[in-house]
Design a protein around this ligand. Structure first.
Ligand code: HEM
Length: 545
């Protein structure tokens, strides 16, 4: 997933860094007292720094502000979209200078954006430091966001900061046409025929992983599933041959890549912070490891020994429309992107699914999911090797639990675009506004999927709501995005999480012994906060006839 949502990092720390840098560039406006709390603490912090550091920070901040402004000016159309002049979207109240920042820090993003939505309606603008962001909430106002042309609603400007993470030659380091072709390569590697070949790999990886659990015990489910998801994804990406020996190192570097994508990264992707330095070292090492693998595949092919059927081979064999083969740098970048896109999103979804199913309030949903496993075992046999593609596709009850989990806990907080051309939007309340060219536009998934007009009793976990006509249609359900840039890994993610939970439900009785996890809003890509402790006991499930 290549979105704002992918940033994993400590929110307050990153925010305050960004706020401090802003304080260095923007003096307090006349209306703002110098005793303003955030501003004075910034000044105190600055005062405690070496003068060379201060000068350096001022220099970097000015430079980046100029570049940012130039990019926005250079890439946006200034022609108005309408002959009538329409007002811009109304501005939500915010603190002087800091805008919505204090509310974000104090209430958390869900509450802060929800409060603004309650007061302002479906279309409104907030100020976050020097940035104005227009929020579009709900399917009625989101069509242009999701379906607009890339030349008009662009990901580029708001996503360039991902380049140090994904590396050269892929994603936002290449032009749109190349990027679209690369996404097609991913799409090809995720087609049902390919997914069918990954299903047994997933089942075996999961089976093998849980052999290390004893007859009974207590574990941190979040920690366990983070590991397992990386193992499953690695096996599908690289097959068996390398997954085992490089797993430990790759997992560490992936964590460092995640940790190196913080809020401050959006504005200052190359700021030499410790986290960015670790990210750069991790990316370089991953590049070496993956290049080695790609080269050994090429050598095997030359020696006529190539018979691989994994995602890596699919990416190596991919061809651009002009017949050009993918380069080693591109394949490596796509491998890193695939691992990055799927890792945190899937592991946090796997953990939330468990927390929801094991919550005492949801005993009936757990029972339905367990009974479904008994029935499916009855049809396909108890051997884990039989839990293949067809069996996973039949797990409707589990599928609905995951879908409902994602509705309530989307790993992507909000998606972002830059409006290169101004556009008109009619709010749900019937007002027309012109969103100006150059404006950052946001679709906040975190409240989009909880709108009472779309979902009855929206905060309740109710997988049954997806039993009828699929609400995934027409932008009502956006956990995987939608329109032009809908997630290409959705089916893969469902399959791997179902493979994990199907095994757990069949083989263990489980109880959550820690409270239902809170959401960690302190990271930009929200996930379950703290440990999710679960006690388990092995069981032998009888197949239902
Ligand atoms: C539960 C797991 C996942 C969730 C919730 C998720 C969510 C998303 C979302 C919301 C977007 C839209 C981004 C935007 O519009 O700006 C997206 C795009 C994307 N995702 Fe995922 N994702 C998941 C797993 C994966 C996996 C496993 C892969 C690949 C292995 C993947 C690959 C991608 C790619 C390549 C795109 C970009 C599509 C485009 O720009 O056309 N995702 N994802």
């Amino acid at each position: 997933m290549m979105a704002f949502s992918r940033f994993a990092g400590r929110f307050p720390r990153s925010i305050s860094t960004a706020a401090l840098l802003l304080c260095l560039v923007v003096p307090p406006s006349p209306g703002i007292s110098e005793t303003d709390e955030e501003y004075s603490s910034a000044l105190l912090w600055i005062a405690s720094m070496e003068s060379t550091t201060v000068i350096w920070l001022v220099y970097v901040s000015i430079f980046i502000t100029i570049v940012w402004t130039k990019i926005a000016r250079g890439t946006t159309a200034s022609t108005p979209t309408t002959k009538r002049s329409l007002p811009p979207p109304p501005m939500a109240a915010g603190a002087p200078l800091l805008g919505i920042l204090p509310a974000l820090v104090m209430k958390g993003p869900l509450q802060a954006i929800h409060d603004a939505y309650k007061t302002m309606g479906s279309v409104f603008t907030v100020r976050l430091l020097h940035l104005q962001v227009t929020f579009l909430v709900g399917p009625e106002v989101s069509s242009h966001f999701y379906h607009g042309l890339d030349s008009e609603m662009s990901q580029d400007e708001v996503s360039k900061f991902t380049i140090p993470t994904f590396g050269p030659g892929v994603a936002f380091d290449v032009d749109l046409a190349t990027r679209r072709e690369q996404i097609r390569f991913f799409g090809d590697a995720m087609k049902p025929a390919k997914l069918r070949t990954y299903a047994p790999l997933m089942a075996h990886e999961v089976e093998e992983y849980f052999t290390k659990w004893g007859q009974s015990g207590t574990v941190d489910l979040k920690h366990e599933l983070e590991h397992l998801v990386t193992l499953v994804a690695s096996r599908c990406l690289f097959g068996d041959e390398v997954r085992g020996k490089m797993f430990g190192e790759v997992a560490t570097h992936l964590r460092e890549l995640n940790d190196g994508m913080r809020l401050v990264t959006i504005l200052f992707p190359h700021l030499p912070t410790p986290a960015h330095r670790r990210r750069d070292r991790a990316r370089a090492r991953l590049g070496e490891i993956f290049s080695g693998i790609v080269r050994s595949r090429e050598a095997a092919r030359r020696g006529g020994r190539s018979s691989y059927d994994d995602i890596l081979q699919s990416l190596i064999d991919s061809r651009y429309k002009d017949g050009r083969a993918t380069t080693e740098t591109e394949v490596v970048g796509m491998l890193v992107s695939a691992l990055f896109a799927g890792q945190h999103t899937s592991s946090s979804t796997a953990t939330w699914t468990g927390a929801r199913l094991l919550s005492p309030d949801n005993a009936a949903h757990l029972l339905a999911a367990v009974e479904e496993q008994e029935r499916i075992m009855g049809r396909h046999g108890p051997d884990p090797g039989h839990m293949g593609y067809e069996a996973l596709q039949e797990m409707d009850a589990l599928h609905r639990c995951m879908k409902e989990t994602l509705r309530l806990h989307p790993p992507a907080l909000t998606l972002l675009r830059l409006a290169r051309r101004g556009f008109v939007v009619r709010s749900k309340e019937g007002e027309e506004y012109e969103v100006p060219a150059g404006r950052t536009v946001a679709s906040p998934l975190v409240i989009h999927n909880r709108l009472p007009g779309l979902y009855r009793d929206p905060d309740r976990f109710d997988p049954g709501r997806f039993g009828g006509p699929d609400k995934g249609a027409s932008l009502a359900y956006t956990a995987f995005g939608g329109g032009r840039h809908a997630c290409v890994g959705e089916a893969f993610a469902y399959m791997q999480i179902k493979a994990i939970w199907s095994h757990l439900l069949r083989n263990f009785e489980m109880e959550m012994v820690s409270p239902f996890p809170e959401t960690d809003w302190n990271v930009v890509m929200p996930g379950p906060k703290g440990k999710v402790m679960v006690s388990y006991k092995r069981r032998r499930m009888a197949a239902a006839a």
